[in-house]
Write a protein that binds this ligand. Structure first.
Ligand SMILES: Nc1ncnc2c1ncn2[C@@H]1O[C@H](COP(=O)(O)OP(=O)(O)OP(=O)(O)O)[C@@H](O)[C@H]1O
Ligand SMILES: [Mg+2]
Length: 348
């Protein structure tokens, strides 16, 4: 917190070392009755300018990794570097170029007003007085707390407090911003404001990097360039949201609703490029038996043409056609064998 403001970001991101370089990091907490292995051999590379997400259930090790990268915690084994600086030996250098914002964090001193509080932080970051006030007002505008500028911190709503936290996190103009569940507990519109802010901040200067954790799959899907799915202290999968979703469904999945299917589903299933064609059992679209629904898995979208031709030959007409996209939740369930809402298998 007492680190001075970060030096200006270099003009070319080609000059920058990797934003994050983690090699074989393990972290064991000494806990009773048994030690807890929170990170169990993590390797991770994040390039300057990336918005990288860590997605994982409670207790996966996300916050532990962030604490290591922000020099709040040492790894038990392995090495980690942030913009080339070693987390164990170059804490001062790292603190100058990073900041961290956690969802649900307490925002300083309840009796201070928003503007006073932010100015105090500007002084912690060593920003000269006049520049500090300028920066405070700029950030209040940026996060949309103009109406609350003279309100006491203790009276802010959850969403307003989170905007204040974000303003604090941007105060030292970090090269890398760690966001640990930045939209925790926010309503839909407040969460959107926070996401837009984060994205806008990052896009404004090449090389600005964000590492974000979240439980909200849609948020990670929408925001992140790449993500890692983490569970039990390990990275289970890593890639762009599109790459990860492609892993669970090879090909395309469609749901067809037809007015009739006299010849049955077998002729469709036998067509080249059709991996699966089954009558939908849960047929909510045809409670009165007037239509028939078929779930199709095709090697790719183009196969749909021959399916439609074959149906026409059977005199079956399409009432509705819906393409289903896999979600990150499908990826997670396939990898971990349980959904986010399910309880983990016992304490570790
Ligand atoms: N100080 C500590 N002492 C002992 N165990 C700890 C400590 N901090 C974390 N752990 C354990 O380490 C594991 C990883 O915790 P961590 O907070 O990194 O998970 P997380 O992925 O951030 O979870 P969440 O989504 O709930 O925030 C958990 O099993 C947790 O109980
Ligand atoms: Mg956490």
């Amino acid at each position: 917190m007492s680190a001075p403001a970060a030096p200006a970001t270099p003009s070319s991101i080609d000059d920058l070392p990797p934003a994050i370089e983690v090699r074989g990091v393990r972290r064991v907490y000494k806990a009773k009755p048994n030690p807890v292995t929170a990170l169990d051999g993590v390797d991770l590379d994040v390039a300057p300018g990336e918005l990288f997400g860590l997605l994982g259930p409670n207790g996966a090790g996300k916050t532990t990794l962030i604490k290591i990268l922000t020099t709040l915690l040492l790894p038990t084994d392995g090495t980690a570097r942030v913009f080339g600086f070693d987390v164990a030996r170059q804490t001062t250098e790292i603190r100058r170029i990073m900041n961290i914002v956690s969802g649900g964090e307490q925002s300083g001193y309840g009796l201070l007003q928003v503007r006073e509080q932010l100015w105090m932080f500007s002084q912690f970051y060593g920003i000269p007085v006049r520049e500090g006030w300028r920066r405070v007002d700029e950030l209040i505008d940026a996060v949309g707390l103009q109406e609350q500028r003279h309100q006491k911190i203790s009276s802010l709503s959850t969403g307003q407090r989170q905007k204040l936290n974000l303003a604090r996190g941007l105060m030292n103009d970090p090269w890398i911003l760690f966001l640990d569940e930045p939209t925790l507990g926010l309503d839909v519109s407040a969460a959107r404001v926070v996401r837009d802010l984060v994205r806008g901040w990052q896009a404004a200067v090449p090389g600005r990097t964000i590492l974000l954790t979240s439980h909200y799959m849609a948020e990670v899907d929408e925001l992140c360039d790449r993500l890692a799915i983490v569970d039990h202290g390990r990275i289970l999968a890593l890639g762009t949201p599109t790459e990860l979703k492609q892993r669970v469904s090879a090909g395309s999945i469609f749901r067809l609703v037809l007015d009739a299917l006299e010849g049955g589903v077998e002729p469709i299933a036998a067509l080249p490029g059709v991996e699966r064609a089954v009558l939908a059992a849960d047929d909510a679209t045809a409670p009165d038996g007037q239509t028939v629904a078929v779930n199709l898995q095709l090697t790719d979208d183009a196969v749909l043409g021959s399916v439609i031709t074959a149906l026409a030959a059977q005199d079956a007409h399409i009432v509705a056609l819906q393409k289903s996209e896999p979600t990150l939740e499908d990826v997670f369930v396939e990898l971990v064998g349980r959904g986010f809402g399910d309880a983990p298998e016992g304490d570790r």
